[in-house]
Design a protein around this ligand. Structure first.
Ligand code: FES
Length: 199
């Protein structure tokens, strides 16, 4: 194992840009989380990652890295939360019943797929072939999306769409919702991603 420092920003960008290349470009501007990094050796072994979310404003997203994967943290607005129940009929697995032990921890098996309704945490990797979906938070008609788009994510690789709770729309290539990783709150503003039990 190497103790070489790892450019985590670059690594996550590789996931996004691989997909972007396939479709001629996609906006994926995401600020990276300031986190209290464990050592690279510990991270490679899957150590949990602490993330301070105190600066995250409503409607914003930040990205942390856990086990080499991008983990999104989004502070959803009341308007975004209000759309979620209305979308159930259009979704493949609105109640997160598929592969629950793999994709949705018990504390996130609810309409919002989260512990606190406003804070959504998901692994930003499409359940189809592993591209990283792009943010499409603005509602309304726009390229590659339906006219009644309520805000969510679009995977540029093959067009799968997900709502603001990472739930996949029906009849898309992606079979499953985005994964909600194990996580817990250490305080109101500090999250621990990768672990959900107190030691
Ligand atoms: S990898 Fe996302 S739709 Fe194919």
């Amino acid at each position: 194992m190497s103790d070489q420092p790892v450019d985590t920003g670059k690594r996550t960008w590789l996931i996004a840009s691989t997909c972007a290349g396939a479709v001629g470009g996609v906006a994926a501007a995401v600020p990276f989380a300031m986190s209290f990094e464990p050592s690279e050796r510990a991270k490679a072994a899957g150590a949990a990652v602490q993330v301070d979310i105190s600066a995250l404003k409503p409607g914003e997203k930040m990205t942390a890295e856990w086990r080499g994967k991008p983990v999104w943290i989004i502070r959803r607005t009341p308007e975004q939360l209000a759309t979620l129940p209305k979308l159930d009929p259009q979704l493949a697995d609105p109640k997160s019943q598929r592969k629950p032990d793999e994709l949705t921890p018990a504390y996130a098996r609810n309409e919002y797929r989260s512990i606190k309704p406003e804070i959504f945490i998901a692994v930003g990797i499409c359940s189809h072939l592993g591209c990283s979906p792009g943010d499409k938070f603005t509602p309304g008609p726009q390229p590659s999306l339906p006219d009644d788009w309520a805000g969510g994510f679009l995977c540029p690789c093959h067009g799968s769409t997900f709502d603001m709770a990472g739930r996949v729309f029906s009849n898309k290539p992606a079979p499953d919702n985005l994964e909600v990783p194990p996580h817990m709150y250490l305080s109101d503003s500090v999250l621990l991603i990768g672990e959900d039990k107190k030691a």
